[in-house]
Ligand binder design. Structure first.
Ligand code: ADP
Ligand code: MG
Length: 893
C-alpha cells in the first residue's frame, strides 16, 4: 500500500493558502516533497499482506476534523476566552491559535464544525468507506482525539432518544443491511476492546485474551478466537452493541478503569456473492467451458469494516501525570504511540514501519498502508486550555493524511462453499443412490416374492389337478371294479366252463411255447440248408463253366450220333423189309408144306398188325378191345413182348401201347404177367427216356397193379423206385396220373405198408401234387386214403405202433389243405384218410397241430356222405385228446 503523496499533495496544495503560517507550509512542502504514487514496501503498515501483483486503486487516508461545541463547563470556564481553533469549512482549513497574534493553518479533507449534524458527519466521514466495503474493499473508520472531544459521540451514539443523534456505527449498519441480500450475503460482527495489550471479546467477556492471526501470504488479519455474530437486522445489531457496551462498562469497572483508557474495535464482516459471477476473476481466464462453469465456485467479496474508537490521545502524554500505573500508561502509550510511529513512518515513506510493535498497529495494518479505504476523524475541543492536545491531534491527523493505501477488491472464489455445496450434492446423490438401491432391492424382492407366489400357485394348481385326476381315476377305477364284480357275479354260473378254459390256457401257452421252439429249430435247420445250398450254388457255378465246354463237346458228339443214327435207320428199315419178306416167305413155305389145311389168312406182317392196332390204341375209350384181343391171339404175346425191347423206338412205342391195351383187359392180365410182360414194362420204365413210353407203360402197370399177385411182383421188382423216378422226371400230367394210380393201387395192400413207404412211395405221391392236375391229385388222394385205411387196420389189429407213416412223411399238411378240395373225388378220399388217421390217439396231437381237427369237425358236421360224417363224429368223440382240445377251444361237441 502506498501513501498517496501525489494526490494528497495536490489536494492540499489546491486548498492551501500561501499566506498561512510556515508550519503548515512546511508541513505541506514536506509532504509535497514525496512525489508520485509510492508503491507499498515491505516496511509499510499494510505492506506484508496486500502487496500483490495486482495493483489496487490508490486511496489516501481521508482525514476529517470535527470540532465539539463548547460544553456547559467550557461555556462557563472559557467564557472570557476565544476558542483556540477556528474552522473554515469552505476552505477545508483549520486555524489553530498559537497566541493572540499567531495562528497555524492546516488543511484537512473535511471540516465538521460544531454545528455539523451526525448525519452529515456520517456522510462525509463514513459513507464512502461503507460504500467501499459494500463494493468489496476493506474499510476503516477511526476516531482519534483527546478524551471528551466526541469520539464516542461521533462513532457510537445509538440515537435511541433522538434519531438524529445516531452515530456512524448505527448508520453504517443501516446502510449495509439495506444494501445486502440476506439470502446470498452475510453480515457478522465482532466487538472487541484492547486494553493494556490484551484483546478482550466484548460479546463474550470471559474471552479476554484473543490472539491475532496474520496470514503471511495475504497479510489478512483475523481473530479466530473472537465471537462472530451474524446480523440479520438492525434491531439485533443494536442489542448486540448495547450488550457490548454493557460488557465494556463491566470490564472497566472490574479493572477500575474507564473507556477512555481502552480502544474499542467493531469489526463488521460483509460477505457478498457476486451476481453473474464473471467480474474480476473470470475476465482473467477468458473462455470457460460449461463444465467448468458448473463446477466454478461462487465469486464472493469478503470485505471488513473496522470502526475504531481509540483511547484518548492525551494518554500518550499524560499517562504518568494522572496517577495511572506505569504499566497501564505504558500499554496505552504503547499502542497509541506505536500507531503514531507507524503513521509517521508511512507518512515519511520510511523503510521501516513498526507494525509489530503493538497489537493496535497489528490490528490496523490494513487500515494504514494496507488495502483498506480508511477515513479518520480527529475530534478536537474548542477550549484553549487544551490547545496542546488539540495541536497534537491535528498533527496526527496531518500525518495520517499522507498515508496512501492501495485499495484492493477482497474478491475470491468461495471454494469452501463450493466444497460445501458439492458435499451437499454428493450427500444428496448418495442418498438418491441409496434410495434407488433400496428401491431396486425392493423391486428384486417384490419380483422374487411374485415369482415364488407364482411357483407356489402353479404347484398348488398342479397338486389340485393331480388330486382331481387321482380322484377321477379312483372313481373310474372303483366303477370299473364294481362293473367287473357285477360281471363276475353274472358269470359265476358259467364259471365251470371257464375253469376248463383257464386250465387250457396254460396248456395253450405251453403248446405255443413248444411250437415256437419247434419253429425256431426249423428255422435254424432252414438256415443251415440255405447255407448249404449257397455253397452248392457256388460249387455249381464253378462246375458250370466246365459243364458248358462239356456240353459243346457233347453237342458235337450228338451231331455225329444223329448222323450215325440216320445211317443206321436207313439200314434198319432195309433189314425190316427183309425180315418181313423172309417171314412172309417162311409162312408161304409152311402153308405149302401144310398139305391138308387151307391157307389161313393172317395179317401178312407186324407192320400191318400195328397199323391195325394203332387207331385202337389211340382211342382206348372207344372200347374196341376185341380187335386187340384178336391181335393178341393172332400175333402171339411173346412176339409182342419181344418188341418192347426193339431197337427202334417207334417199334417200342407201338409195342408198349399194344401191351397196355391188352393189360387193360383183366382177362389178359394173367397171361401178360406170366409171359414176363410186367417185368418188361417195369424194365422199360427204368431204361426208356421216352415220355410216351413212360406214360403208356405206367398205365399198363397201374392196370396190372390191381391184382394182388401182380402187386407182389411189382414190389419185388423194385417197382416203387422205378415209379418214383418216373414220376420225378415226368412232365405230362397223364404220366403222373398213371404213376400215381399205380402207387395208389399198391397203397391198398396191407402187406407193403413199410416197404412202400421205405422205398419212397409216399414221398413220390406227395411229390406229384405239385403238378396240380385234378386227375393226378385224385390218384394221390386215393393212394393216401388206401394207405391210411391199411395202416388203420394194422393198428387196430395191433400190427402197427407209433404214429402214422403218412404223418411221418409230412403228408398231413397236404391232406388238410385238400380236405375241402372242390373236386369231390379228392375230397372224398381225403375225408376218409382223415377219419382213418384220427382213429388212433397216437396221431391226435399231430393232427391238432396240423389243423386236421377243424377238418374233422367240419366233416362230422357238413360231409354230404352220411357214413363218412358218422365216422368222423365217432372218431372225434372217441378220442380223449380231441375232446380235450375241443373243450379248450370251447367248441361244444
Ligand atoms: P470522547 O469519547 O472523545 O471521550 P465523548 O464522546 O464521550 O468524548 O464526549 C464527551 C462529551 O461531549 C459527551 O457528553 C458528549 O455528549 C459531548 N459531545 C461530544 N461531541 C459533541 C457534539 N458534537 N455536540 C454535542 N455534544 C457533544
Ligand atoms: Mg469515548
Amino acid at each position: 500500500m502506498s501513501s498517496g503523496g501525489g494526490n494528497y499533495r495536490n489536494e492540499t496544495h489546491r486548498n492551501s493558502n500561501p499566506s498561512k503560517p510556515a508550519l503548515k507550509n512546511k508541513s505541506l512542502s514536506t509532504v509535497g516533497a514525496s512525489s508520485g504514487i509510492r508503491k507499498s514496501s515491505p516496511g509499510s503498515l499494510g505492506g506484508g499482506g496486500a502487496a500483490k501483483d495486482d495493483a489496487g486503486v490508490p486511496g489516501r487516508v481521508r482525514v476529517a476534523v470535527r470540532l465539539r461545541p463548547r460544553n456547559a463547563e467550557e461555556s462557563v470556564a472559557d467564557a472570557d476566552f476565544v476558542d483556540c481553533v477556528e474552522l473554515q469549512p469552505e476552505f477545508k482549513r483549520l486555524k489553530l491559535r498559537k497566541n493572540n497574534w499567531d495562528t497555524d493553518t492546516y488543511e484537512f479533507d473535511d471540516m465538521l464544525t460544531e454545528f455539523a449534524s451526525q448525519k452529515r458527519v456520517y456522510e462525509v466521514v463514513a459513507k464512502p468507506v461503507v460504500e467501499s466495503v459494500l463494493e468489496g474493499y476493506n474499510g476503516t473508520v477511526m476516531a482519534y482525539g483527546q478524551t471528551g472531544t466526541g469520539k464516542t459521540y461521533t462513532l457510537g451514539r445509538l440515537g435511541e432518544e433522538d434519531t438524529a443523534d445516531r452515530g456512524i456505527i448505527v448508520r453504517a449498519m443501516e446502510d449495509i443491511l439495506a444494501d445486502v441480500s440476506l439470502e446470498t450475503d452475510s453480515v457478522s460482527v465482532s466487538y472487541l476492546q484492547l486494553y493494556m495489550e490484551s484483546l478482550q471479546d466484548l460479546l463474550d467477556p470471559t474471552n479476554d485474551n484473543i490472539s491475532i492471526v496474520e496470514d503471511p501470504k495475504s497479510g489478512d488479519v483475523s481473530l479466530p478466537g473472537a465471537t462472530l455474530v451474524e446480523i440479520r437486522n438492525q434491531q439485533s445489531f443494536l442489542e448486540l452493541l448495547r450488550l457490548g457496551e454493557a460488557h465494556r462498562y463491566a470490564a472497566n469497572t472490574r479493572l477500575n478503569t474507564e473507556s477512555s483508557r481502552s480502544h474499542a474495535l467493531l469489526m463488521v464482516h460483509v460477505k457478498r456473492s457476486v451476481k453473474g459471477g464473471d467480474l474480476a476473476h473470470s475476465s482473467q481466464n477468458g473462455n470457460t467451458t460449461n463444465t467448468a462453469k458448473s463446477l466454478r465456485p461462487t465469486l464472493v467479496r469478503k470485505a471488513k469494516l473496522v470502526v475504531v474508537d481509540l483511547a484518548g490521545s492525551e494518554r500518550i502524554d499524560k499517562s504518568g501525570s494522572e496517577g495511572h500505573t506505569l504499566e497501564e500508561a505504558k500499554s496505552i502509550n504503547l499502542s497509541l504511540s506505536a500507531l503514531g510511529k507507524c503513521i509517521n513512518a508511512l507518512a515519511e515513506n520510511s523503510a521501516h514501519v513498526p507494525v509489530r510493535d503493538s497489537k493496535l498497529t497489528r490490528l490496523l495494518r490494513d487500515s494504514f498502508g494496507g488495502t483498506a479505504r480508511t477515513s479518520l476523524v480527529i475530534t478536537i475541543g474548542p477550549s484553549p486550555r487544551h490547545r496542546g492536545e488539540t495541536a497534537s491531534t491535528i498533527m496526527f491527523g496531518q500525518r495520517a493524511m499522507k498515508v496512501e493505501n492501495m485499495l484492493k477488491l477482497k474478491e475470491e472464489f468461495d471454494y469452501k462453499s463450493l466444497a460445501r455445496k458439492l458435499d451437499i450434492q454428493l450427500d444428496q446423490l448418495i442418498m438418491e443412490h441409496e434410495r434407488e438401491q433400496k428401491a431396486f432391492e425392493d423391486e428384486i424382492e417384490r419380483l422374487t416374492t411374485d415369482a415364488q407366489n407364482q411357483i407356489s400357485e402353479a404347484e398348488r394348481n398342479y397338486a389340485n389337478a393331480m388330486e382331481k385326476e387321482r380322484l377321477k381315476y379312483q372313481k373310474e377305477y372303483m366303477e370299473s371294479i364294481k362293473k367287473l364284480e357285477e360281471k363276475w357275479m353274472m358269470n359265476q354260473q358259467k364259471q365251470g366252463e371257464r375253469k376248463d378254459q383257464m386250465a387250457s390256457t396254460a396248456e395253450e401257452v405251453a403248446e405255443l411255447k413248444r411250437l415256437l421252439n419247434k419253429e425256431i429249430s426249423l428255422r435254424k435247420a432252414a438256415e443251415e440248408e440255405v447255407n448249404n445250398l449257397e455253397s452248392q450254388i457256388a460249387q455249381l457255378k464253378i462246375s458250370e463253366a466246365s459243364a458248358n465246354s462239356e456240353v459243346l463237346k457233347l453237342r458235337k458228339m450228338l451231331e455225329d450220333e444223329a448222323y450215325q443214327k440216320e445211317k443206321l435207320e436207313g439200314e434198319i428199315s432195309t433189314l425190316q423189309t427183309q425180315l418181313l419178306r423172309l417171314n412172309f416167305e417162311a409162312d408161304e413155305t409152311r402153308r405149302r408144306l401144310d398139305l391138308g389145311g387151307a391157307p389161313r389168312k393172317v395179317p401178312g406182317s407186324l407192320e400191318s398188325l400195328i397199323s391195325q392196332a394203332r387207331p385202337q390204341v389211340n382211342d382206348l375209350e372207344n372200347g374196341e378191345k376185341a380187335t386187340i384181343a384178336n391181335l393178341f391171339e393172332q400175333v402171339g404175346l411173346q412176339k409182342i413182348l419181344s418188341l418192347l425191347e426193339a431197337e427202334d423206338a417207334d417199334v417200342r412205342v407201338h409195342a408198349v401201347k399194344v401191351v397196355a391195351n391188352l393189360a387193360a383187359e383183366e382177362s389178359n392180365q394173367q397171361k401178360i404177367v406170366e409171359a414176363g410182360g410186367l417185368k418188361s414194362l417195369l424194365a422199360l420204365l427204368g431204361s426208356s427216356e421216352d415220355e410216351t413210353i413212360h406214360r403208356v407203360a405206367a398205365g399198363a402197370i397201374a392196370n396190372l397193379a390191381m391184382n394182388e399177385t401182380n402187386q407182389e411182383l411189382i414190389m419185388s421188382e423194385g417197382g416203387i423206385s422205378l415209379l418214383s423216378i418216373t414220376a420225378a422226371n415226368a412232365e405230362d400230367p397223364q404220366t403222373l396220373r398213371m404213376v400215381a394210380g399205380a402207387i395208389a393201387n399198391l397203397c391198398g395192400n396191407d402187406k407193403f405198408q413199410n416197404k412202400l413207404r421205405g422205398e419212397g412211395g409216399i414221398k413220390a405221391l406227395l411229390g406229384m401234387v405239385k403238378c396240380g392236375h385234378p386227375d393226378v391229385l385224385a390218384q394221390v388222394a386215393r393212394g393216401i386214403a388206401n394207405f391210411a385205411k391199411c395202416e388203420s387196420r394194422a393198428s387196430t389189429q395191433g400190427n402197427k405202433t407209433g404214429r402214422s407213416l403218412l404223418i411221418e412223411d409230412g403228408a398231413l399238411l397236404w391232406i388238410v389243405q385238400n380236405a375241402n378240395n372242390e373236386a369231390s373225388p379228392i375230397q372224398r378220399h381225403i375225408e376218409l384218410a382223415l377219419c382213418h388217421l384220427a382213429q388212433h390217439e397216437v396221431n391226435a396231437k399231430d393232427m391238432i397241430t396240423g389243423g386236421a381237427l377243424w377238418e374233422l369237425v367240419r366233416i362230422s358236421r357238413d360231409c354230404s356222405r352220411e357214413d363218412i360224417r358218422n365216422l368222423a363224429h365217432r372218431t372225434l368223440t372217441s378220442s380223449p385228446t380231441f375232446l380235450a382240445e375241443l373243450r379248450r377251444l370251447r367248441i361244444d361237441y
